[in-house]
Design a protein around this ligand. Sequence first.
Ligand SMILES: *[C@@H]1O[C@H](CO)[C@@H](O)[C@H](O)[C@H]1NC(C)=O
Ligand SMILES: *[C@@H]1O[C@H](CO)[C@@H](O)[C@H](O)[C@H]1NC(C)=O
Ligand SMILES: *[C@@H]1O[C@H](CO)[C@@H](O)[C@H](O)[C@H]1NC(C)=O
Ligand SMILES: *[C@@H]1O[C@H](CO)[C@@H](O)[C@H](O)[C@H]1NC(C)=O
Length: 291
Amino acid sequence: MKIVWTFTLLMIPGVMSSISLTGYSGGGVIITCRYDRKYTANAKYLCKGEKQDTPKIAWCSDLIRTETKDEWFDSGRFSLYDNTKAKVFNVTISNLSEQDSGTYQCATDISLSKDSYTEVNLNVISADCCEKSISLSAAAGGSVNISCKYPQSHSADVKFVCRRSGSDLCAEETSVKESRRWSAEGQIQLYDDREQQLLTGTISHVTQQHSAEYWCGVQSDQGHKSFITRVQINVTEANSHIISTSTSSLPSSSSFSSAESLLITSASLVTGSSLIIIVSVLLLLIIILIL
Ligand SMILES: *[C@@H]1O[C@H](CO)[C@@H](O)[C@H](O)[C@H]1NC(C)=O
Ligand SMILES: *[C@@H]1O[C@H](CO)[C@@H](O)[C@H](O)[C@H]1NC(C)=O
Ligand SMILES: *[C@@H]1O[C@H](CO)[C@@H](O)[C@H](O)[C@H]1NC(C)=O
Ligand SMILES: *[C@@H]1O[C@H](CO)[C@@H](O)[C@H](O)[C@H]1NC(C)=O
């Protein structure tokens, strides 16, 4: 009966069930809030507080609010992206701490009427299973292996590795939906071992363009993301040993080019000196003629 009722609620546009999400201290979350198409142009915001029958100002304080559409808007640890095409807005909270736990509302500003709210229950915990931050480095051309533990409670969830770009924690995403099967789509190959609660990823043939901040995380079945482990990847230039072998493997070309440049130099020297001789002979002839 409960399932049927939830399903019915989901079917009615504009009516949304509440959102529940676990965040990890040091990590971040992206909450996706739906809204009715008639509110596309309205301001969107996130505030913290539990809904009451008094005016909103008494129970919910704004954390971020914007009328900006289809691009990220930042305010401290909060960022908001109103996707007018999909009629959803994503709110990011980064650098989470346990004090961020509580009830939030993702809301649409409706002037002259009651705003529309979706309740968000965020529980931020400090998981002792998992690293908060990992730093990896590799030489260009090599490979990088990412390895992230995750809490057992998320075993059945979709796992992802996102590449961050500015305020967008998930500018590029690679995800894996099954246990013990490599996902080969995208730049990163992912493997989720649900028995070991270990997500591994491999980027092969790395270039310096792969140097960036990445995040390992889990996606709830409602589609919200929780970022658990920050992975800093630093790709250095191929080391000097590789460079010296690559030059010494082309000895003929380099000696040829230096011999060639020597020839060009002497040739220009020859033409240079003969020019001087011709000019001086001409000058001499002119002087003789004048005299
Ligand atoms: C917003 O979140 C949804 C669900 O995670 C995702 O599909 C979408 O790409 C996100 N949009 C942006 C701009 O991050
Ligand atoms: C994250 O928050 C902590 C305190 O909550 C603060 O000391 C730290 O500077 C913040 N880090 C960043 C990168 O904002
Ligand atoms: C990454 O893992 C693969 C397979 O597990 C291994 O063959 C490779 O050597 C590893 N690469 C690095 C840089 O550790
Ligand atoms: C990347 O690695 C190189 C060599 O280890 C180091 O000199 C450089 O500071 C590192 N850069 C970052 C951003 O970590």
